[in-house]
Design a protein around this ligand. Structure first.
Ligand SMILES: Cc1cc2nc3c(=O)[nH]c(=O)nc-3n(C[C@H](O)[C@H](O)[C@H](O)COP(=O)(O)O)c2cc1C
Length: 263
């Protein structure tokens, strides 16, 4: 499937994590079938896939009441699944999963990456996983009120903090005056990507026709790999480049580098 950047690029700007949903407003059959199709067709890496689960999302998200980002009343779930034998599985799952998240956003459906606090056994029960596959993260789906609910506004600490670092803290390499025109919007798109605990664990080195993405060694993995966040940022860079008429490609690199996008 080609990246539908005309609808996914604006979704990068409007997406925000939503954790509380309207239980009286299930997703329509049309929306569900559209999301299912995107899950089936957006498979850019063999080691990553997304599945739509329409049964019992309450079991997947009932992990710890009142913990970081308590999820209330989701009506369906996305499961982000990876072949854990593969070295770049985290990046691949981040990239692939974010595609479906942006499709949901474009359809007006609320989402939230959840990798820390969910019940993987409850998710696995509703999926056919191969022995080498694991559910690395999930997202609740549902309709959220236009305004954040009081419960969402009352979130504490990192779950609430949508602030992003300025580009100047994240970028090295060529000075900005020498950047090609597609570079800055691509970096802006990566900068506003979601990351676990909003840690923004990415660093970018700019060369004439490329962006090299690396892990910030100062950030800890905790329970969730920084490479998952970086995979999400990779998709944002590529969507923005396509929106600037630049068709490039990613090459994975050895740690602590992640990958280089060049054309
Ligand atoms: C890989 C990943 C894992 C996340 N895990 C959780 C989680 O377990 N619980 C939660 O409430 N939010 C989780 N989040 C959402 C982040 O807290 C959120 O993306 C970040 O605070 C930025 O806010 P925004 O998504 O509204 O831009 C996760 C995000 C990512 C990308």
């Amino acid at each position: 499937m080609k990246i539908p950047f005309a609808s996914w690029y604006p979704a990068i700007g409007t997406r925000e994590s939503r954790r509380q949903f309207n239980s009286f407003q299930p997703l329509s059959a049309e929306i569900l079938s559209n999301l299912k199709l995107t899950c089936e067709e957006f498979r850019p890496f063999p080691e990553a896939r997304v599945e739509l689960i329409t049964e019992r999302p309450d079991k997947i998200f009932n992990f710890i009441f009142g913990s970081y980002g308590f999820i209330r009343n989701p009506t369906a779930t996305l499961a982000f699944i990876g072949d854990i034998r593969q070295p770049h599985v985290q990046e691949a799952v981040g990239y692939t999963g974010e595609g479906v998240i942006l499709e949901a956003t474009a359809l007006g459906v609320g989402t939230c990456w959840v990798a820390g606090f969910f019940n993987p056994a409850a998710a696995a029960q509703q999926l056919h996983l191969a022995s080498f596959e694991s559910v690395l993260a999930v997202s609740p789906l549902g309709y959220s009120p236009f305004e954040k609910t009081l419960g969402e506004k009352a979130l504490k600490g990192f779950a609430r903090n949508r602030k992003r670092k300025p580009l100047t803290e994240l970028v090295s390499g060529l000075p900005e005056k020498d950047w090609q025109p597609w570079i800055k919007p691509a970096l802006e798109a990566a900068r506003i990507a979601p990351s676990a605990t909003n840690r923004q664990p990415w660093m970018f080195t700019i060369q004439d026709n490329s962006i090299t993405l690396a892990n910030d060694p100062g950030k800890l993995d905790f329970k969730v790999s920084k490479r998952l966040d970086c995979g999400i940022a990779m998709l944002h860079i590529e969507i923005s480049a396509l929106n600037s008429n630049v068709r490039g490609k990613w090459t994975f690199l050895d740690p602590p580098l992640i990958a280089r996008f060049s054309y």
